[in-house]
Design a protein around this ligand. Structure first.
Ligand code: PGD
Length: 769
């Protein structure tokens, strides 16, 4: 293994890396103006004791064979050879495949995995199951944008088109007068982008816009959602009440004659129905500023002032992922679009509606001229799917029917789940319920590089390499740099890359040629790169041979200057170049959605009170948002993530006044609890959030004292112990884990150290690389 510094890439940045003893020395990519501190999480990751070193099988599964088992999550592991592990996996796949067909196998395998186009774990799982077993039950949509990705095509167009090509950061810097960011524009979110992000430019664009005079207004319960660079205003509202606030704002605009009626008549359908709802003609309830104030906690005067200042300005409205990751999460996204339309802004440079600006480093950027070819997935022989966040419902209720986007679907009976590149015990809600769900399976197989809680619930754990231990090509559709990802270290212990694991399994299933097409990993990289060259050559763009690219470490790709393309084209044409909606216009009222007859998602946007709201027993809102010190749960054992913990525990922010009333001081260990469980965290007192609100980020590895408890206690600080596992609505069935309600107290029980990073009992503790 070379000791010279080589190029590499992660979801949070490109970099040069080289080994120095047990450490990794990292230099951020030279063209990155604002590299992410998340790179520090790599420093000591390669040989961390939390790595999975050898194939492991859960003792209960090994001794009793496949079948539902309540010991999952609380059992010992037995080390086995790769030969035995792959034989057992192949045998079990054959058994399930023969007995139940692909309908018995869940291969959704949700998760962000790692950067690298070829070794992308989810793509590898899908290709493997399609080419060897004829398919699998899949999942659709994401935990990020479950509600928006289903809603937006009905009312304006494809979510990715809106988010990535809606309005560019350059346009904002040059044209926007007001940017209203529901859920803010926190830079911690824009520092990551799936596939890689070689240049972090959001901070610079925000500074540039603010200098020119753009007013940024963040509407959020958390002050930290608006970076200082934006020099903006914080409008603090109660969690989950943005829809009510927006309805109040619309009422003020209507009452003041400040709506753009010509735009609404020409480019939208359904404004009259919206007005009828606001004015009380629909159901007798007038949704004016006073009505909104009583729900969202912002005074009616402030709502009115806010509305009036927007009129006549170039206004951009953006709604963060977080708002739609909640019960009725479709509503604030829809209303954000309606607000932009009422102001007549969609399609004007730097104005209108954009979805989730700043939520990922992809958004508000330009697309590459051509995309990097994806690993072909093969053909899935069955068409059975679930909305991704309904996994526990599916496993607990086989045969039950459910609603989704106008369809009545049935949960299949899953016997085997295959996971690589995701951590359900990070991403899913109500973890005690998720454990029960996984206990129903005959077999759970997980490929992991570290002992995450998901690995600890698996029957068979196969050790996967990290990207740093293999070669790949890093790239993303909105990143102009293609990175040759050189390996920095030998694989840890006996770890293998997912492709090598699947190729061996395919061989044992008699399908190696179908899976591999005769290529090794390098052969695939050359093949995919060659396809890219051909795509570019069709546009008269010449590129170097693979060997030259590999040696140079990087290739700059041509990009399209495509901000706002779809919406701009739509507005440029007086007849409205049709949008991809049923009417060809912005749908303030959707006849299609209305035809589904869902009480929890009507034909136009509304305010619906969530079932979770503060009560005497659970008086605090808990915001469980994205962490600032790691990507989701990845490398939670890394230096940067660990450096922000206190006593090894995650930090929970609460308002000083609430803390005083509860007798809680800075650094106290506090307990957050509700009907689903208990979580410990270290208290941080602040004035930067509303009273009645506490905030605990996601991503601390689940560390239950008793994993089998009905209401487990996580001593590390994983908020998904507490969140409710319920879909956003019958329309999208998205994840609603952003907000829940809890009680908070100073922890009075026995304090034991966090054990999340110690491998489970019976497994090998450490292997030198
Ligand atoms: P990660 O921590 O990124 O979380 O959920 P996701 O499952 O994506 O997990 C990826 C896992 O893949 C890691 O454990 C990593 O070790 C493993 N891995 C990485 N590379 C490889 C590889 O090459 N091979 C294999 N086999 N494994 C690999 C994220 C999800 O959480 C998302 S996207 C969102 S937006 C949601 N956010 C929230 C939220 O805001 N609030 C709550 N309450 N809950 C959420 N859950 C969701």
């Amino acid at each position: 293994m070379t000791q010279k510094s080589v190029m590499h890439s992660a979801h949070w940045g490109a970099f040069q890396a080289k080994r120095s003893g047990e450490h990794l020395l990292i230099e951020p990519f030279r063209s990155d103006p604002d590299p992410s501190p998340l790179l520090q999480n790599f420093h000591r990751a390669l040989n961390h004791p939390a790595r999975v070193a050898r194939p492991m099988i859960r003792r209960g599964w090994l001794e009793n064979g496949p079948g539902p088992d309540r010991r999952r999550g609380a059992d010992e592991y037995v080390t086995v050879s790769w030969e035995e592990a792959t034989q057992r996996v192949a045998q079990e796949l054959k058994r399930v495949g023969n007995a139940y067909g692909p309908a018995g196998i869940f291969g959704g395998s949700y998760g962000w995995s790692s950067a690298g186009r070829f070794h992308h774990a989810q793509s590898q799982v899908h290709r493997f199951l399609n080419t060897t077993l004829g398919g699998y039950v899949r999942s659709v949509n994401s935990y990020s944008s479950g509600a928006a990705s289903v809603l937006l095509p009905h009312i304006v167009g494809d979510m990715n088109e809106i988010a990535r090509r809606g309005v560019s950061w350059e346009e904002i810097a040059h044209h926007s007068e007001v940017v209203v960011a529901f859920g803010g524009l926190a830079l911690k979110n824009a520092q990551v982008a799936s596939g890689g992000l070689s240049e972090h430019t959001e901070r610079g664009f925000m500074q540039q816009a603010a200098r020119r005079g753009t007013r940024f207004i963040s509407v959020s319960p958390l002050q930290s959602d608006l970076p200082e660079e934006a020099q903006g205003e914080w409008l603090a509202l109660r969690p989950g009440t943005d829809a009510a606030f927006m309805l109040g704002v619309l009422s003020v605009l209507i009452a003041g004659g400040l709506t753009d009626e010509a735009f609404l008549a020409r480019y939208c359908v359904g404004w009259p129905q919206m007005v009828a709802y606001l004015c009380g003609r629909e159901d007798g309830v007038v949704r004016d500023a006073q009505w909104a104030a009583s729900i969202c906690g912002i005074s009616s005067d402030r709502i009115a002032q806010f509305a009036r200042q927007l009129a006549g300005k170039r206004v951009l409205v953006t709604v963060a992922h977080a708002l739609q990751r909640a019960e009725h999460g479709e509503q604030p996204v829809w209303l954000g679009l309606v607000l932009a339309a009422a102001l007549g802004q969609p399609g004007l440079p730097g104005g209108g509606f954009t979805y989730a600006l700043g939520a990922l480093g992809h958004y508000g950027k330009h697309h590459n001229l051509v995309s990097f070819p994806a690993l072909p997935q093969g053909k899935n022989g069955i068409d059975l799917f679930i909305p991704v966040a309904r996994i526990a419902d599916m496993l607990l209720n086989p045969g039950a029917s459910f609603d989704y986007n106008g369809q009545r679907l049935t949960y299949p009976h899953i016997r085997l789940a295959y996971w690589a590149g995701g951590n359900p015990f990070h991403h899913h809600q109500d973890l005690a319920r998720l454990r029960q769900a996984f206990c129903q399976l005959d077999t759970l197989i997980v490929h992991e590089s570290a002992w995450t809680a998901s690995a600890r619930h698996a029957d068979i754990v196969l050790p996967a390499t990290m990207t740093l231990e293999r070669e790949d090509i890093g790239g993303a559709p909105t990143d102009r740099h293609l990175i040759a990802m050189h390996p920095v270290a030998e694989p840890y212990g006996e770890a293998r890359d997912d492709y090598t694991i699947f190729r061996e399994l395919a061989r044992q299933l008699g399908r190696e040629e179908a899976f591999s097409e005769g290529r090794d990993a390098r052969g695939w990289l050359q093949h995919l790169y060659q396809q890219l060259r051909e795509k570019l050559a069709a546009h008269q763009v010449q590129t170097p041979e693979f060997s030259e690219f590999w040696q140079q470490g990087m290739l700059t790709l041509p990009q399209l200057k495509d901000g706002g393309r779809m919406i701009n084209a739509f507005r440029a044409n007086p007849d409205g170049a049709p949008l991809p909606t049923p009417s060809g216009k912005i749908e303030i009222f959707s006849a299609k959605i209305a035809s589904f007859g869902y009480e929890n998602c009507l034909g136009h946007p509304v305010w619906r009170e969530p079932q979770q709201k503060p009560s005497t027993d659970y008086p605090f809102w808990l915001i469980a948002n994205q962490p600032a010190t790691r990507l989701h749960s990845q490398l939670d054992f890394g230096d940067y993530s660990q450096g922000a913990k206190r006593g090894g525990r995650e930090v929970c922010s609460l308002n000083r006044q609430d803390a005083a009333a509860l007798g809680i001081a800075e650094d106290d260990i506090i307990e957050l609890y509700n009907e689903r469980g208990h979580v410990l965290a270290s208290a941080r007192l602040t004035d930067g959030l509303l009273t009645g609100v506490v905030q605990l980020p996601t991503g601390a590895w689940y560390d239950p004292i008793d994993p089998t408890a009905a209401r487990p206690l996580c001593r590390h600080g994983n908020p998904n112990v507490l969140t409710l596992d319920v879909g956003t609505s019958s329309l999208a069935q998205g994840c609603s884990g952003q907000i829940t309600v809890v009680q908070v107290r100073k922890y009075a029980g026995e304090v034991t150290p966090v054990q999340a990073f110690i491998p489970p009992h019976g497994s090998v503790q450490r292997v030198s690389a």
